[in-house]
Design a protein around this ligand. Structure first.
Ligand SMILES: [Zn+2]
Length: 205
């Protein structure tokens, strides 16, 4: 909590309140994804470490996650939230980092219902306590966090990486979504944010 507040304070004077809220939310979400991935410790053999230039191959995926995250948040009709949604869609892949640096972790532990619940509760609580300074209710913030997880898995399925440990951290068995199911998941993500907007229309002008 103090770390979030310190980051917020250090950014004061440089960026608008909305920009600071966006940066805080993105950092919190990435940290949650990275921490959650530790639940898969020992579930995979340590990988051989690739070249950093390998990240270049990920650029189309990053753009896809940006677009799917933004699309899911369109119903919020708040430009900062839509941009933030795109960034959240990208940083959910922070769960790859542990494996990238050679730890015996699954690379996609946060692509799961378990992480969806953790992220929705944590982002909702941080919003309610005022740490994230978002212009939405805590329920809407939770719905956005959940929609981002669904929308991220949607894009992965759509581009052919649809195998995810859905029930992590309780089971790391991988479930595979088809490309069509990927599109259906993106519709669900969109509807989640739309429902949150309808239910909280006073809080989301
Ligand atoms: Zn992914």
């Amino acid at each position: 909590m103090q770390l979030i507040e310190r980051i917020n304070r250090q950014l004061t004077g440089y960026y608008s309140r909305e920009s600071r809220a966006m940066v805080s939310l993105v950092l919190v979400f990435a940290a949650l994804s990275l921490l959650f991935s530790l639940s898969s410790w020992g579930r995979a053999v340590p990988p051989s470490i690739g070249t950093p230039l390998g990240i270049i191959h990920e650029i189309p995926d990053v753009i896809g996650h940006l677009l799917f995250g933004m699309l899911a948040c369109l119903p919020s009709r708040q430009r900062p939230l839509i941009v933030t949604g795109g960034l959240l869609g990208v940083v959910l892949d922070a769960d790859h980092l542990g494996r990238l640096i050679g730890f015996p972790l699954l690379s996609r532990a946060s692509h799961s219902v378990g992480f969806l619940i953790v992220a929705a509760i944590a982002v909702g609580l941080f919003t309610r306590q005022g740490y994230l300074k978002l212009r939405v209710t805590s329920w809407t913030a939770s719905a956005i966090a959940a929609a981002i997880v669904v929308g991220h898995i949607a894009l992965d399925a759509f581009i052919g990486y649809g195998s995810v440990p859905m029930l992590a951290p309780f089971s790391f068995t991988e479930y595979t979504f088809s490309r069509i199911e990927g599109l259906e998941l993106e519709v669900i993500a969109f509807l989640l944010v739309l429902a949150a907007r309808q239910l909280n229309s006073k809080a989301m002008p």
